[in-house]
Design a protein around this ligand. Structure first.
Ligand code: FES
Length: 572
């Protein structure tokens, strides 16, 4: 047992303070030998019944504890604020930074030497990783795993993606409303997170790609017994990481972030990963910018054929081998740097050596990608001077270069009030614009950018149109949607200045997004623009005073930059 562990600052010694720290812990039945200098492992649990995707994490925590005990550590489980994408309003994203502060300060304030992060639903992964990153302790991530494939009347259903598709079918008159509602229980039929390559699955892949999780973390289904095994192995491994002194900043580096960007392209991952990875990198002191998403993702084909970009679901991805053989393919192709370190104590190349693809239809080869350009396109121009993003693999090829007249909605309520109006002047060439839905404006940058199409166009068989917003889009959604336009409208970004009828030009190959207005006209409109009223009371005040724009990851400015957990002053 070593004396130099952080927890020794609490538990070692015969003074009154150490007595207090040990004595009160012993009220839970912890015997004296657990305080003998062994690593104390925090199990940071985002379990909540209000976060259905994480509702099984108490079970996984027990398996993590087994592993910690086996390896000679002392596990202590604690709850943190949970962020359920399906329930939280106005947007779970509004609370990502708040939850990260909960994690950071809980770790800093307590006798913890290393931490296992139990995550699942979209924002829980970045929130917990951001908080842990700010403490720079040994850290390992265990994701809850995806739900089983939805099954409805003999057909597989993908979380979110098929919900969007079926609801459009109802609007188009091709599906009865009662049949749509009957699919509810069939879509979400087991514990776990969304079974498509939505944000939760994307972030689980990012954890493996960053080296922060053991191989198999991304795709092993939530209810598969091997998820429990992975949890137990992670418990063992975190104890070893504490003894080795392998901290999160030793694992997540600029090189591993570049790997994650490329893996995101290969899996057809969510655009939300852009914001979250920028925020995580910021907490670790890694210089990473929006442009890196374009440059490192460019030329990476999407090889994983999963919804929303493709056809299959996470269970199929797991059966095909999951992320490890894909990583191996990317390493062998020179797209991923196999020398990057992982929490396993091995390099990426060592960790995935010998991994095989079992189904080429799901994990395709480089000669048969589902999209040649799988990365994230970063667009700039007078409509988004600080950048906007688009996911080419989820967009329609015929709209990648498009010019059309703007149809502007000032809010999501404005959109809902007008979109079903048969008299709405809109056709398939129109560019629908939704503004005031950015980090400050909504607030919390909800996933509303992929506005459903007008029913009268759906009934004509139109399936996609160009849409632009300062909002985000669900990772399970699809379409030619330009997202995260920055600066956002609510702080006077150019999106605030355009009017219905203005001509908008989208050129994805040229990476540009512009409105056909002169600088003088934009300046005149800006002079006449008045900022919207924004509630700045309570937490909203903190949020609006400090949230950064999408191109900086939407973290709070005062949380950006590398810090350490340290050992706080003793109070007795
Ligand atoms: Fe939780 Fe999709 S809603 S993972």
């Amino acid at each position: 047992m070593t004396d130099d562990l952080r927890s020794a600052g609490w538990f070692k010694g015969s003074y009154k303070g150490a007595y207090v720290h040990r004595s009160w812990m012993k009220n839970q039945g912890f015997p004296s030998h657990l305080f003998d200098g062994r690593p104390v492992i925090g199990i940071c649990n985002s379990w909540s019944e209000l976060t259905p995707c994480n509702a099984h994490l108490r079970d996984l925590a027990d398996f993590v504890k087994r592993g910690v005990y086996e390896a000679g550590g002392f596990p202590v489980e604690f709850p943190v604020m949970s962020l359920g994408e399906s329930n939280m309003r106005p947007a779970a994203m509004l609370y990502r930074n708040l939850a990260s502060m909960d994690v950071e300060e809980t770790l800093r304030a307590n006798p913890i030497d290393g931490v296992v992060l139990l995550v699942g639903c979209d924002k829980t992964t970045p929130a917990l990783v951001m908080g842990a990153a700010s403490c720079n302790l040994p850290t390992i991530v265990v994701s809850g795993g995806p739900m089983l494939s939805g099954l409805f009347r003999g057909e597989k259903l993908g979380s979110g993606t098929d919900m969007f598709r079926l609801s459009e079918e109802v609007k188009a008159g091709r599906l009865k409303a009662e049949d749509f509602l009957a699919s509810e229980a069939a879509m979400s039929r087991s514990p776990g997170s969304c079974n498509t390559m939505g944000t939760a699955s994307t972030m689980a892949c990012m954890m493996e790609a960053l080296g922060l999780a053991l191989p198999g973390n991304a795709a092993t289904p939530a209810v598969d017994a091997r998820r429990r095994v992975l949890s137990q192995m992670s418990g063992q491994r975190i104890v070893a990481m504490v003894r080795e002194g392998l901290r999160i900043r030793d694992v997540v580096t600029r090189r591993s972030c570049e790997n994650a960007i490329r893996v995101n392209g290969a899996v057809g991952g969510s655009t939300n990963a852009v914001i979250h990875l920028l925020a995580i990198a910021g907490r670790l002191g890694i210089e990473l910018g929006l442009e890196d998403w374009d440059s490192f993702g460019r030329g990476v084909p999407t090889l994983v054929d999963l919804m929303p970009s493709g056809r299959f679901l996470m269970e199929d991805f797991f059966a095909a081998g999951g992320l490890p053989p894909l990583m191996r393919r990317l390493i062998e192709a020179g797209l991923v740097d196999g020398a990057a370190m992982t929490v396993s104590g091995r390099t990426q190349a060592e960790a995935v050596a010998g991994e095989e693809v079992f189904q080429d239809a799901v994990i395709r080869g480089f000669d048969d990608p589902i999209a040649a350009e799988g990365g994230i396109a970063v667009l700039r121009g007078n409509l988004a001077p600080s950048g906007a993003v688009l996911k080419p693999s989820a967009a329609s090829p015929h709209l990648m270069q498009h010019e059309g007249a703007a149809l502007v909605f000032d809010s999501i309520e404005d959109y809902h009030a007008r979109i079903n109006d048969p008299a709405l002047e809109v056709d398939e060439t129109t560019v629908m614009v939704l503004r005031n839905c950015g980090p400050m404006g909504y607030p919390g940058m909800p996933e509303v950018a992929n506005m459903g199409l007008p029913p009268k166009l759906l009934q004509r068989g139109i399936k996609d149109m160009v849409r632009i917003s300062d909002a985000r889009m669900s990772g399970t959604a699809y379409g030619t949607v330009v997202l995260h336009a920055a600066p956002e409208a609510a702080i006077g970004g150019p999106l605030a200045l355009i009017r219905t009828g203005d001509r908008i030009r989208l050129d994805v190959p040229g990476r540009s997004l512009s409105v056909d207005l002169s600088d003088a006209e934009l300046a005149a409109r800006r002079a006449a623009w008045t900022p919207p009223d924004m509630d700045r009371t309570g937490y909203l005040g903190l949020f609006r005073d400090h949230v950064m724009q999408a191109d900086s990851g939407c973290d709070f400015d005062f949380l950006h930059g590398a810090r350490e957990a340290g050992i706080p002053r003793v109070f007795i």
